[in-house]
Design a protein around this ligand. Structure first.
Ligand code: ADP
Length: 175
């Protein structure tokens, strides 16, 4: 499923983000940049130890912010590590989730990375309900693209499994 936002293609796909051929892929990291399960573990496994070596040098990343490393042996040029909130049902959850998406796009734009793939941040171990997260994610990405005009050819969501794809597709159709 696709939609144009200015000159940028916003694409929803289903699959494994480690295989994405975008210039940047975004990792759902934790604030210690320590690696873990879910998409974080998959990215480090597929990309190799160079990614963790750079994460150790950087040290940490606050919730809602983003840092950038090599992509090791992945097809992407860079991995952007961002930290979504652990869902607690607080009003600031949505703000922090939106901030994680927007910080990632700002960092990609600063590095001249013209295509970016995102997983659905915070909706695995961090427990953010999928439908609510999809709304926040698509609105934040729209804002992030509009704030960086002409900087992106494509922003892609690589959604893991049919329920995640369906949740994002429902929101995008309704937008
Ligand atoms: P968080 O801690 O931010 O919740 P998780 O990695 O647990 O991060 O989950 C975030 C989302 O990433 C979940 O929707 C999960 O299904 C998805 N996911 C897990 N592995 C992959 C992968 N290889 N590619 C894309 N998405 C993935």
């Amino acid at each position: 499923m696709e939609k144009m936002i200015g000159q940028t293609r916003l694409v929803l796909t289903q699959g494994d983000i480690t295989q994405a051929d975008t210039e940047a892929i975004v990792n759902a990291a934790n604030s210690r940049l320590a690696g873990g399960g879910g998409v974080d573990g998959a990215i480090h496994r597929a990309g190799g130890p160079e990614i963790m070596a750079e994460c150790r040098k950087i040290g940490s990343c606050p919730t809602g912010e983003a840092v950038i490393t090599t992509a090791g042996r992945l097809k992407a040029k860079k991995v952007i590590h961002t930290v979504g909130p652990i869902y607690r049902g607080r009003p600031e959850d949505a703000r922090l989730l939106a901030s994680a998406y927007k910080s990632s796009l700002d960092l990609a734009a600063q590095h001249g990375l013209r295509s970016v793939a995102f997983p659905s941040l915070s909706t695995g171990a961090y427990g953010y309900p999928l439908d609510a997260a999809a709304k926040v994610a698509l609105e934040a990405v729209r804002q992030g693209i509009e704030k960086n005009p002409g900087k992106f050819d494509e922003v892609r969501f690589v959604l893991f499994g049919q329920p995640a794809f369906d949740a994002f597709a429902r929101v995008l159709r309704g937008q």
